[in-house]
Write a protein that binds this ligand. Structure first.
Ligand code: SF4
Length: 461
């Protein structure tokens, strides 16, 4: 187990007043060793802390007294979210995207996690195959929700086959435990054509209504297939497959509404784009419970592009910790300030995005009063296959797309394809052949970047 290591200290915070510094290892708080940032948050919420600190290069650990009020943020960021080991996944799904990555990428990208804590902290999906009684006890006691569970199918035999793990047949019993304990859980079904679509998907919907009606929502998302997949059973959805999935989902939305009062199941945006159907209206997404899973993202984007002054267009709920690597110095619930480039200097604009994003943006940009905006759909040659989402664009493909773009126009790039300043292939903005402006991947920010007006969410300009 490693101790949380301080990576930043907020000025004038209790930690700063107590003399904590970057590089300090916080071995215990009030005598307890935190296993993860969830423990860390709980322990550091107390008033008046005794922190056992080991300073880099220092002789021995020493106790530091921190004066603070209960609930007041301690004022440090720490190096990781989990201080004991991240629980890795023991499944071998044929549809797993990690198996479809080319060799030689960053090591962290190959980590298959299946850890309920990352589900709580970041919205990662867990199959519960490594879940234990102790985990359930902790979740129920500490009320760790919402959680996100990969269901795929409720047929035990098929689930074990899809996860390539016999434990897949029984691990959904934990889902019942969580739901009976009143924990908010969202599910997902990765639909693989010829495997768990068609009649199997119908059975899954019926099984959810029968056994897991307390689920908060279920997302039906398509299998993503890169050119590195070596699984003969896996094939991308055809437009007909997509239409069939939409028919099933929409039929079941009606049945769930009748039985439970809400739609429960939602189909990924990709299905509507692939089937060539209009996206549902915003109200049909019931608050966008699966926005981060690519469900309703396109509709929410369009809504916030059209009404950029609304505080939270479409009511999108961002994950509790969605963009946090560890403990933010100002506390876990600190507002995340999004910065979008604003102001227009009269230069024409090129908006870069993936091939799916382009289909969403095309009508929006056409409706904008400016006539000097060009849209460039960047094909994903790096991954190939059916990969077209903006979040998987790589520096290599963007560099090719930008190679023939002259210096004149502004180029806008969605931030979804960057993680800590790096593209998935490890390149950075500095590796691109020309400068680009990075825009938060939401409609309001793009609109701000195009309009050049300045407004604060919730205020009329
Ligand atoms: S459970 Fe997730 S991480 Fe594990 S093999 Fe399946 S898709 Fe990959």
């Amino acid at each position: 187990m490693s101790a949380p290591t301080v990576t930043s200290v907020t000025a004038a915070s209790p930690a700063a007043r107590a003399g904590l510094a970057v590089g300090d290892e916080l071995l215990s708080l009030n005598g307890h060793e935190p296993r993860d940032v969830i423990d860390f948050q709980r322990l550091s919420d107390a008033s008046d802390l005794s922190v056992l600190v080991r300073r880099a290069g220092g002789p021995l650990a020493r106790l530091v007294r921190v004066d603070k009020a209960a609930g007041e943020p301690l004022g440090v960021e720490v190096s990781s979210a989990v201080f004991d080991r991240i629980r890795t996944c023991d499944n071998h799904c044929a549809f797993c995207f990690i198996y479809q990555l080319p060799k030689g990428m960053r090591r962290s990208l190959y980590l298959k996690d299946d850890d309920y804590r990352l589900s709580f902290l970041y919205g990662n999906f867990t199959t519960l195959t490594r879940f234990t009684e102790l985990d359930a006890e902790r979740i129920l006691t500490e009320r760790l929700g919402p959680l996100f569970v990969s269901i795929h199918t409720v047929d035990p035999e098929l689930r074990a086959r899809m996860l390539r793990n016999p434990k897949g047949a029984t691990s959904l019993r934990w889902l019942s435990v969580l739901l009976e304990g009143g924990i908010e859980v969202h599910g997902q079904v990765v639909v693989c054509p010829g495997v768990n679509d068609g009649a199997a998907l119908e059975d899954t919907m019926a099984g959810i209504l029968d056994r897991y009606p307390a689920l908060a929502s279920v997302g039906a998302v398509p299998l993503g297939l890169s050119r590195y997949s070596s699984e003969p059973e896996m094939r991308p959805h055809t437009p007909e497959d997509a239409a069939a999935v939409l028919d099933t989902v929409e039929e079941w939305q009606g049945l769930f509404r009748k039985a439970l009062g809400h739609r429960m199941v939602f189909a990924a945006d990709e299905y509507y784009l692939l089937a060539g159907r209009d996206l549902p209206p915003a109200a049909n997404y019931e608050g966008y419970p699966q926005h981060e899973n690519g469900i309703g993202m396109a509709r929410a984007f369009a809504e916030s592009f059209a009404r950029p002054t609304a505080a939270n267009p479409g009511g999108v709920r961002h994950g509790f910790f969605a963009s946090v690597d560890a403990a933010p110095g100002e506390g876990y619930r600190a507002p995340r300030v999004e910065s979008a480039p604003s102001g227009t200097d009269g230069r024409p604009v090129i908006v870069l995005t993936g091939t799916y994003g382009a289909r969403v943006l095309e009508p929006l940009l056409a409706s904008h009063p400016r006539h000097d905006i060009a849209l460039r759909a960047v094909p994903n040659d790096f991954f190939g296959g059916n990969i077209g989402v903006a979040g998987l664009l790589t520096g290599e493909d963007l560099a090719s797309a930008l190679a023939d773009v002259p210096d004149g126009p502004r180029c806008l790039l969605p931030d979804a394809c960057l993680n800590e300043g790096r593209f998935l292939d490890g390149l950075t903005l500095a590796d691109l052949p020309r400068s680009v402006e990075v825009v938060p991947t939401e409609g309001r920010s793009l609109r701000l970047a195009l309009d050049g007006t300045s407004f604060r969410p919730g205020c009329s300009p």
